[in-house]
Design a protein around this ligand. Structure first.
Ligand code: AGP
Length: 612
């Protein structure tokens, strides 16, 4: 949620920090700041609002010492404790003014620590939970920053990714992690720290990913690693595989638009080398289970949140339909707390674009604890879920910067379909059916291209409905998750109140809300259930609601009598979700654009939700 950047090297830190924060804007934030060491002191500049405002403030006075420093820390804050104002923005500085800290996570016992500090005469001045950490570190400091940080962290309950500096030791930066991601980039004569790789990609490809309870002490002599109890540890340097260009918008107006148009290539990357057309199966080496292991899976449990959960629903349907194996999808937070029944032959698949979602991570830990086979479907390489599951399939979608997930979804579905195929082929699915299905998966990129070619037509439909305040999406079978995802996309970027329903459910209450300015997007693709959804769409029309019919190519007549039509390629049911959702992504995008919304960073949303 919050973003962190740190720099220590020979170059001027302020520029690198502000640029890094700009690259983290997509995570969602409401204030930002930097702190740098210079001339024996700490200088801090913070600002509520945008990074561009922070930039002007930092560089307003070119002779300001902050721009000369070669060591500093920066932060984008997504408010949890206290409003998004300058006081609550990070970096936080202790009462003596000698220590500065940035923090991502939540200090659960901050009130207790604050009380103890107050008894010692140290009064916190902000509303945040984070400030207690810097005050505590300062209070515990004797002559060594890492000792004070270690001691402080042992008193903390909650989650943190932190970077701390002090002017007592001007050639040192201490970094620690528990539950909030931290990556350290090793450059030539410089070290960078960030909450995610996109902030430091322009500077280095060599990275060390911290694990929970790791600490790193970065000095002009290099980097030493230990755990928070100060026992030495070793972490491998790995190569970050994202290129710099993928974190830039290029000629597109928004990252979301760029990422929607990247989907054909993203899906190609997700399926490359993973389909065996001859045997009619999928080769998913990261799952690390043989055909024999796959044959023993009793049940598939998919956990995730938001869009990732919707992708999981498609997997659930495909595994039950094709493999005849019991499958369930569950909201990760619910799974985590309701003490689910898990048996050793259950495969739990955790889906997460970021690989950092707190509830999904907790579900992974719970499933492992209960002895299930756990696999991760993540996009971010080296993310916590990817590492903790130890087995899984990377999406290879490339960085997804737009807060609204698009290419990650279509890649997640593509991978889930391959998992379903792999399991199905160990059961009753014959080879020729497997090969045919594999060929359909292989065609997904071109099906998506066909939808993207209709961008202008979909934009025209969007403009007609841009001023609506409510919308409904209905579908059945594989189009039910598509309806949920279409509604989620619309509400998150356009702020139109949108609901996705199973088409049959509308009559059980929501139909009461229909009126002439409340459009219903009816998913009427040519798959089983079409006739029933058609009936439901007619019911909506009879209540004066305008109906936007999504239909399969060659079946346009289904839209007769409805208000608008969006045509998607004709394909089998399990394949249909992907092109349909791409059409709904475009619809949401153009409605949001027509309403003048901030599409890439919608209000109140964060890209990676690392708190419960
Ligand atoms: C999707 O557009 C969302 N912004 C959100 O629902 C997201 O899918 C969810 O928070 C899960 O994130 P993850 O895939 O990184 O775990």
């Amino acid at each position: 949620m919050c973003g962190i950047v740190g720099y220590f090297g020979k170059r001027k830190a302020a520029e690198i920090l502000v640029d890094g924060l700009r690259r983290l804007e997509y995570r969602g934030y409401d204030s930002a700041g930097i702190a740098c060491l210079y001339n024996g002191g700490i200088e801090v500049i913070k600002n509520p609002g945008k990074i561009r405002d922070l930039r002007s403030k930092v560089f307003a006075n070119p002779s300001a010492t902050i721009t000369e420093s070669t060591l500093g820390i920066g932060h984008t804050r997504w408010a949890t404790h206290g409003p998004p104002n300058e006081l609550n923005a990070h970096p936080h500085v202790d009462v003596t003014g000698h220590f500065a800290l940035v923090h991502n996570g939540i200090i659960e016992n901050y009130k207790d620590i604050r009380k103890v500090l107050s008894q010692k005469g140290i009064e916190c001045v902000t509303d945040t939970d984070s400030e207690v950490l810097v005050q505590l570190i300062s209070y515990l400091y004797k002559d060594n920053l890492e000792d004070a940080v270690s001691e402080a962290l042992q008193q903390v309950k909650g989650t943190y990714g932190i970077v701390v500096i002090t002017d007592y030791e001007p050639a040192k930066m201490v970094v620690a992690r528990c539950g909030s991601p931290i990556v350290i980039g090793i450059g030539r004569n410089e070290t960078l720290v960030a909450s995610d790789a996109s902030a430091i990609i322009p500077h280095t490809r060599d990275a060390v990913y911290l694990e929970d309870f790791d600490m790193a002490v970065i000095t002009d002599q290099g980097m030493e690693m230990c755990n928070v109890n100060r026992s030495p540890i070793n972490r491998e340097v790995t190569a970050m595989d994202w290129d710099e260009g993928s974190a830039e918008k290029g000629d597109f107006d928004h990252f979301m638009l760029k990422e929607m148009f990247e989907q054909p290539q993203a899906i190609r990357n997700a399926i490359r080398g993973r389909l065996d057309l001859e045997m009619g199966t999928a080769v998913l080496s990261g799952l690390d289970f043989s055909e024999r292991d796959a044959a023993q899976i009793n049940r598939l449990l998919v956990v995730g949140c938001g869009t990732s959960m919707h992708a999981g629903m498609v997997g659930e349907y495909a595994v039950e339909e094709m493999a005849g194996v019991n499958a369930e999808v569950e909201q990760a937070a619910e799974f985590r707390y309701r003490n689910p029944i898990i048996t050793p032959n259950d495969l739990v698949v955790a889906i997460s674009q970021s690989g950092e979602t707190a509830d999904t991570l907790a579900a992974v830990r719970e499933a492992k604890q209960k002895g299930a086979l756990v696999a991760g479907l993540c996009n971010v390489v080296g993310s916590t879920i990817a590492r903790e599951t130890g087995r899984g399939v990377y999406l290879h979608a490339g960085p997804e910067i737009g807060v609204a997930s698009t290419k990650a979804f279509t890649c997640q579905v593509s991978v889930m379909l391959m998992i379903a195929l792999k399991i199905a082929r160990t059961r009753r699915m014959p080879g020729h059916d497997g090969s045919e299905f594999a060929r359909w998966i292989q065609r997904l990129p071109e099906l998506v291209e066909e939808v993207l070619e209709q961008n202008d037509a979909i934009k025209a439909v969007a403009q007609k409905y841009a001023q609506c305040e409510h919308a409904f999406f209905i579908g059945r079978g594989y189009l039910y998750p598509a309806a949920l995802e279409g509604a989620l996309k619309l509400k998150e970027i356009s702020y139109v109140h949108a609901e996705g329903y199973h088409a049959a459910e509308l009559k059980h209450g929501p139909i009461a809300l229909l009126q002439e300015n409340t459009p219903v997007v009816a998913l009427l693709n040519n798959i089983p259930g079409k006739e029933k959804t058609l009936g439901n769409a007619e019911e909506c029309k009879a209540r004066n609601a305008p109906v936007i019919a999504v239909v399969s190519a060659g079946d346009e007549g289904v839209a007769d009598g409805f208000d608008d039509i969006i045509v998607v390629p004709d394909c089998p049911p399990a394949i249909a979700t992907v092109p349909t959702v791409v059409a709904l992504q475009l619809l949401a995008y153009h409605i949001a654009a027509a309403r003048g919304c901030e599409i890439d960073q919608p209000r109140n949303l964060a890209k990676s939700v690392t708190v419960e």
